[in-house]
Ligand binder design. Sequence first.
Ligand code: PAF
Length: 281
Amino acid sequence: MQIVKHINELQAILDNKRQEGLSIGFVPTMGALHAGHLSLVEKAGQQSGFVVASIFVNPTQFNDKGDLERYPRDLQKDVDLLEPTSCQLIFAPEADEIYPEPDTRQFNFGNLEQVMEGKFRPGHFNGVAQVVSRLFEIVQPDKAFFGLKDFQQLAIINEMVRKLELPVEIVPCPIVRETDGLAMSSRNMLLSKEQRLNAVLISATLFEATNKTGELNVEELTYWVINRINENEYLNTEYFEIVNSMTLQPIKSWNDPCLKVGCIAVQCGKIRLIDNVKIDN
Ligand code: PAF
């Protein structure tokens, strides 16, 4: 497995691979890898001739400086985790390689970015769009693989690809969970032992909520989820919304003819965790 820090070197290698007739699968990450990332790499390996993973903690998508500073970084550990996988190249650039000049582009994702993460993390999705479009420009992948845990991010990236008419297929990949149900996240490793034990209530509540659509209406179920989580002294819900999976707008009734997803963000001390679950009714 090669580790490359510079764009020109990366592009020379990828040009060769394309000439050999191999398709390029791309897994963008911010490092601090876990089994969720490895599942994206595995899928990329099944669907591509040559797999590239990027490791870059993108400063422009952090609206909270403390969050950026706390974000776990351990390149050697990430390399060791990727070594036995189908990843053939790691692109680990410095910030000035990605942003030789400050990226001042402003994206407009309309209603998709007005809700949930967009509301609570102003500027976050603009930063995500900046870095992902830049990485796509550099790597020019045939397919790129993203986890469904970041449900709204996936919708934003699909919209960005559509708007910019980028020739890349976005492949959504299922959420990978710890054995107790907590959605895997690089931020989980920042939780104290007590926080980690209590954080399981987030997924447990979401799963239980999926069985309550017969007895509670949308508003009642929303309050039920928030109250149940907030009763725990370690957890504080930032938002829980049941949304239309395409528009991301909150639904009002179970009769809304759309695929419904319950999306949540919870503060566990200083650590912010997100998760989501499909709600059938
Ligand atoms: O989901 C992430 O890890 C990041 O938002 C991404 C897509 C790698 C962009 O920095």
